[in-house]
Design a protein around this ligand. Structure first.
Ligand code: ADP
Length: 262
């Protein structure tokens, strides 16, 4: 039947993904083992100059491996969304430290959060993952450094604009992540949302970040829009429907979001 076919396709994709990740992961482990071998040898020989380099190499490989497993977890988790009435500004400011750690040293962060942000009904954990992924993408696009701007807005979409975004007209909140990095060629932009499409070296990219963001946005009643030109950097904007209401726990969930402020 059609459903079995769909399931089979999904399993095939998952198999592909696991194979790729196993391959990248074993490359990273080989690198770490290599660095440790060098360190051990140098220690035995008493040659202690410049050991830092090998420690840094091992640590970099380990953190890339961590990112890889994180993305696999994100993909396999696949549990239903747990929406809460969410204040996105609050969510962003709560992640500042995490974002600072995830991005490159030469990247300057800027927050442009609109005052009086409307709330939206969204799974805050998924949104945190999505935001972190966008920041990592932005940082990856600025190896020489640059500016990462996280901005929020309240917007009202009237028919032509809403239709262009494949959304019903109405009130939305937006979260955008902009970088001053390499930008995307039209060809990359056209494929950016495809699962497993990546231009990054093995071990760095899985090609799932944007496709998962797109799935998450559509499931939440929203949309993702990308503006990018080679040399001009990239802006990814997430639209989510405005949803008024007190931040409160929904049935079947055990925590309120955001946590009460003191
Ligand atoms: P991954 O980051 O693992 O490659 P994504 O789905 O997040 O997977 O992104 C797919 C591709 O889109 C990237 O490999 C890159 O070529 C391009 N891309 C995504 N974000 C940016 C960005 N901020 N600037 C330039 N290119 C980007």
């Amino acid at each position: 039947t059609e459903q079995q076919l769909r399931q089979a396709r999904k399993m095939e994709a998952l198999g592909h993904l696991c194979g790729g990740i196993a391959h990248d992961f074993s490359n990273l482990l080989t690198g770490i083992t290599g660095s440790l071998d060098v360190l051990q040898l140098r220690l035995l020989e008493g040659r202690l100059d410049n050991l830092d380099r090998h420690i840094t190499a091992a640590r970099d490989a380990a953190s890339r491996a961590t990112r890889l497993t994180q993305r696999l977890l994100d993909f396999s988790r696949n549990h239903p969304l747990e929406p809460h009435v969410t204040d996105i500004n609050f969510l962003i400011t709560g992640m500042e430290e995490l974002i600072a750690q995830a991005i490159g040293p030469g990247v300057v962060r800027r927050l442009e959060l609109v005052p009086d942000m409307h709330t939206t009904l969204v799974d805050p954990n998924q949104l945190e993952h999505a935001l972190l992924n966008l920041c990592i993408n932005a940082s990856d696009a600025m190896p020489q450094g640059g500016t990462l701007t996280i901005a929020t807005e309240n917007v009202t979409l009237s028919t032509p604009h809403a239709t262009a975004l494949n959304l019903p007209p109405g009130d939305y909140v937006t979260l955008s992540v902009a970088d001053t990095g390499t930008g995307m060629t039209p060809d990359v932009l056209a494929r950016a949302f495809h699962p497993f499409f990546t231009t990054k070296p093995a071990g760095k990219g899985t090609g799932l970040g944007l496709s998962m963001l797109y799935g998450f946005a559509r499931q939440s009643g929203g949309h993702v829009d990308i503006h990018s030109n080679p040399g001009d950097g990239t802006t990814v904007t997430l639209y989510l429907p405005r949803h008024d209401g007190a931040a409160k726990t929904l049935p079947g969930t055990d925590s309120a979001w955001p946590p009460p402020r003191n």
